[in-house]
Design a binder for this molecule. Structure first.
Ligand SMILES: NC(=O)c1ccc[n+]([C@@H]2O[C@H](COP(=O)([O-])OP(=O)(O)OC[C@H]3O[C@@H](n4cnc5c(N)ncnc54)[C@H](OP(=O)(O)O)[C@@H]3O)[C@@H](O)[C@H]2O)c1
Length: 200
């Protein structure tokens, strides 16, 4: 399969690429790194990616930003970061990409544990995570041409504890390897409309 991994140079994406690259043709994509660059917050950039990279069987999105800000201080503008990036950025990869992917292809998006197990400063990211989850459940029943769609919702990963450990006090982090397996299951399996909650 030809698999486009967006966020391929990140903590999760790197491990996903390692798992897939021996069996598949993987195109690693970042905003400023990887084989190809895209900005998921730009519709034009996403369209260009699908025009430039042909014959795609699967798209994995292991990216999407959000502001970590306490709710009383969360401004409308700051909340828009998660809307533009984690929520609409990923959804636009599907809305646009459905017209480009090969038949029987797949999309795998990323949400996160905060939608189910809230933490301080997490409202904006949780909003995007819940939106992604609802979209995936619903889009799965309407995608044409045998296209499938799933969502991976990771707990904080052990390899990111230096960055996020302070936010996730009392959470038992999971190995990134286990999270990466869920992306492999989504791409190589037959399921659709699923949210893989990798919480323990
Ligand atoms: N790490 C965790 O513990 C954890 C837990 C739960 C959920 N998640 C979610 O999993 C996803 C990946 O997390 P991560 O920690 O692996 O991320 P990360 O290490 O920060 O890496 C982010 C990746 O996304 C790319 N990227 C950034 N902005 C982009 C844009 N506008 N367009 C396209 N690509 C862009 C980066 O490429 P460049 O470096 O080239 O910009 C990089 O490859 C995020 O949605 C995150 O919320 C992570």
């Amino acid at each position: 399969m030809k698999i486009v991994v967006i966020g391929a140079t990140g903590t999760i994406g790197r491990r996903v690429v390692e798992k897939l690259q021996s069996q598949h043709e993987v195109v690693s994509v970042g905003s400023s790194s990887g084989d190809y660059q895209v900005d998921i917050t730009s519709v034009e950039s996403i369209k260009k990616m699908y025009e430039d990279i042909s014959n795609i069987d699967a798209v994995i999105s292991a990216t999407g930003g959000a502001a970590f800000t306490a709710l009383p201080e969360l401004s409308v503008e700051e909340n828009q970061i998660a809307i533009n990036s984690k929520l609409l950025g990923q959804i636009n990869l599907v809305l646009i990409g459905q017209h480009y992917l090969n038949n029987n292809g797949s999309f795998t998006l990323t949400s996160g544990i905060m939608m189910d197990d809230p933490i301080r400063l997490g409202s904006s990211a949780a909003m995007a995570n819940g939106g992604i989850t609802g979209f995936v459940t619903s889009a799965a029943i309407e995608l044409n041409n045998g296209l499938r769609i799933n969502n991976v919702s990771p707990n904080v990963v052990e390899e990111a504890l230096d960055k996020y450990g302070e936010f996730f006090k009392g959470f038992t982090a999971v190995p990134v390897d286990k999270v990466a397996d869920a992306y492999v299951k989504s791409v190589e399996g037959a399921q659709t409309g699923q949210t893989y909650r990798i919480y323990n």
